[in-house]
Design a protein around this ligand. Structure first.
Ligand SMILES: Nc1nc2c(ncn2[C@@H]2O[C@H](COP(=O)(O)OP(=O)(O)OP(=O)(O)O)[C@@H](O)[C@H]2O)c(=O)[nH]1
Length: 333
């Protein structure tokens, strides 16, 4: 909001490239109330921004930006201010005047203060705004201003903490997900699947695992282009997500291969899901082969289940594709 000051040639003459940050610092922390006032037309001035000190002087709960000066100041002060703003715009030079009263901690006080109005012009010389600085000696002893500055620092620390938390969440998402399909990446899938494997073994529960692969995916890439191939992978991932439950684990195992871990799901349930997925994708003219394995008594790790699903997937490919192979039953499309 204080950018217009930067456009003032006078300002740029006196400061180097750090001018913005100096100005921002003064705006935020200088213990004098400041306002940027927008010149709309003669006699019509609107508040564009108030600095934290000014906000504390008035009432930090209200929003002042976009409001006419009369919203902030009582009629007498407002009329005087508007007249002086008018002089400042007409003469194009700073105006300083005394005002008999002002706001401290949201309350009106009869204490003299000085007002400085500085015109802010565009590079073409048109005055569009005024910087208004209030010099009120009582301001500096206001405990509320000091408190407000502390709150401002606290607010910034929290803002920065929130930013870092978001960045951390993004990094952790990138470390665990496949960027193209948003499925879990292979490493994270295996970590989660291992945990699930241990849990279902511990409680004697069932577990289904589907390994699927798009049929003739290479030819989609070769004939329609790599972008079409990417889209096909995204379509498959979306279809999987729409088919399985939230607690199921979906991961991109590599290339065009996906693994779906279905905790507490037996052969019958896993087959229903596999068939639903295959026929959904067939409707979108994408054909997949699926190897379906379930937890067996002698399995030692999740890799044992994955290896069985992998062999069954190979059988599905060998047996003609667009089909599901499972240990006890073969389903043909
Ligand atoms: N567009 C795209 N292609 C990929 C990506 N990752 C791997 N591929 C391609 O996926 C293809 C995998 O093809 P293959 O493993 O030979 O299998 P296929 O053509 O699906 O044949 P079958 O599985 O036997 O039906 C290769 O051409 C890879 O280049 C990716 O992220 N995007």
């Amino acid at each position: 909001m204080i950018m217009p000051i930067r456009n003032n040639p006078g300002f740029q003459d006196h400061f180097d490239d750090d001018a913005d940050s100096i100005m921002k610092f003064l705006w935020d922390f200088f213990p004098a109330p400041m306002m940027i006032i927008r010149f709309e037309e003669p006699g019509n001035f609107v508040v564009e921004a108030v600095n934290p000190t000014q906000k504390a002087m008035l009432s930090s709960k209200k929003i002042y930006a976009g409001k006419h000066l009369s919203y902030i100041f009582p009629a007498l002060l407002c009329d005087e201010l508007i007249v002086n703003c008018g002089h400042c715009v007409a003469d194009g030079v700073p105006v300083r005047y005394e005002m008999a009263g002002g706001y401290i901690d949201g309350e009106y006080h009869q204490s003299d203060c000085q007002i400085l109005l500085k015109p802010i012009s565009t590079l073409q010389g048109a005055i569009t705004h005024l910087l208004c600085i209030v010099n009120n000696p009582s301001t500096y002893s206001s405990s509320k201003v000091a408190h407000y500055s502390e709150l401002e620092i606290e607010r910034r620390v929290m803002e920065r903490t929130d930013e870092l938390t978001t960045i951390n969440q993004q990094l952790s998402y990138l470390a665990t997900h496949d960027w193209l399909t948003e499925a879990f990446n292979r490493r994270h899938l295996l970590e989660l699947a291992t945990t699930e494997f241990k849990r279902v073994c511990r409680y004697g529960l069932s577990l289904g695992l589907l390994m699927l692969d798009i049929d003739h995916f290479k030819s989609i890439n070769d004939e329609k282009g790599h972008a079409a191939g990417d889209q096909a992978l995204q379509t498959v991932a979306r279809a999987i997500r729409a088919t399985v439950r939230n607690c199921d684990l979906v991961g991109r195992y590599g290339g065009d291969e996906f693994i779906i871990v279905l905790p507490e799901t037996d052969l019958h349930g896993a087959r229903t899901i596999a068939e639903r997925l295959r026929s959904t994708l067939q409707g979108a003219e994408l054909f997949i082969s699926i190897g379906l394995a379930t937890l067996e008594r002698n399995d030692q790790t999740i890799d044992d289940v994955i290896n069985r699903a992998d062999h069954l997937l190979l059988s599905a490919k060998r047996n003609g594709r667009n089909r599901i192979e499972s240990a006890s039953l073969t389903l043909i499309s």
